[in-house]
Ligand binder design. Structure first.
Ligand code: C2E
Ligand code: CA
Ligand code: CA
Ligand code: CA
Length: 279
């Protein structure tokens, strides 16, 4: 974009202008994508650390872009979050994940489905109502739905968050603290929050066999002790190797999620994980 400088000198600011245009384009495309229902959910299995049995799925959104193919959330979720679009997109994710989990039927009765929730959704006065509607429409047992929130969302305004969490818990859904260890947790506040699961961020898991191995292992051990002391279950994320699996089991984690066990899969393929392997 060209700007008239103070002295009438024209300056050129290409980067800023281009970025703004790009963002406006992306926002418009996202809006259209919602109308055209171009979003899909992939499901990543979560497994019991000891038995390796499937215990649940995390729903992860993708955009089936007509020209660019399947886009990961890293390509568009920040734009949705910076605009109000995360509200309708987040509501769609909730409805779709609940519908799918309910549709998986009998074999899936015990399995949970975890849904990521953005700050803007959580802060919205109607959020508990949106969750209630998704549960009612799908008929999903509320106990099977886990809402994943990051530390910063919960701890930014603890009083407001406590109220919102209480409303959600009244519905019977459970809460996971996502990316645990990367934010600024206040341990005393954590104790007061009705949280059911801690998800240890994959950065700790992946450092556990690097040069920083010793300190990462100590930290994971502390997080597990903390969580169990507060009656929370621990899921470790980003498990890519059998060495990491063995270590996380030794350190007392309850469930594991990562490429070693399963990648995020389209619903049809994820469904196959539910069936016992053919003899
Ligand atoms: P997240 O909630 O921490 O989700 C886990 C991410 O780690 C996923 O990336 C998953 O594919 C990836 N992952 C899983 N196992 C491994 C592993 O073993 N190694 C490595 N390197 N990565 C692994 P994805 O699907 O690209 O999602 C990225 C982020 O986008 C998510 O991070 C979450 O913050 C956000 N996101 C995804 N879906 C939604 C959604 O429906 N709503 C909102 N608000 N955010 C979402
Ligand atoms: Ca998550
Ligand atoms: Ca995470
Ligand atoms: Ca993350």
């Amino acid at each position: 974009a060209k700007h008239e400088g103070k002295n009438g000198v024209r300056t050129f600011q290409p980067a800023m202008g281009d970025e703004t245009t790009e963002r406006v384009d992306l926002e418009r495309d996202l809006r259209d994508a919602l109308v055209r229902e171009e979003f899909v959910l992939h499901y990543q299995g979560q497994f019991d650390v000891r038995t390796q049995a499937l215990v649940g799925f995390e729903a992860l959104v993708r955009w089936q872009h007509p020209a660019q193919g399947l886009l990961p959330p890293g390509r568009f979720i920040h734009v949705a979050e910076d605009s109000e679009l995360i509200l309708p997109l987040g509501a769609w994710v909730l409805r779709e994940a609940c519908r799918q989990a309910a549709a998986w039927g009998a074999n899936a009765r015990g399995f949970t489905v975890s849904v990521n929730v953005s700050a803007k959704q959580f802060d919205h006065a109607d959020f508990a109502q949106v969750v209630r509607q998704a549960l009612t429409d799908s008929g999903l047992d509320p106990h099977r739905l886990i809402l994943e929130l990051t530390e910063s969302v919960v701890l930014r305004d603890p009083a407001a968050a406590a109220g919102q969490l209480a409303r959600l818990r009244e519905l019977g859904v459970r809460i996971a603290l996502d990316d645990f260890g990367t934010g600024h947790s206040s341990l005393s506040l954590l104790r007061q929050m009705p949280i059911d699961f801690l998800k240890i961020d994959r950065s700790f898991v992946q450092d556990s066999h690097s040069a920083d191995a010793a300190s990462s292992r100590v930290l994971i051990g502390i997080m597990v002790t903390l969580a169990h002391g507060l009656q929370m279950q621990v899921t470790a994320e980003g498990v890519e190797t059998s060495e990491q699996h063995a270590l996380l089991r030794e350190l007392g984690c309850d469930a594991l999620q990562g490429f070693l066990l399963s990648r995020p899969l389209p619903a049809g393929q994820a469904r196959a994980l539910l069936d016992p392997p053919a003899a």
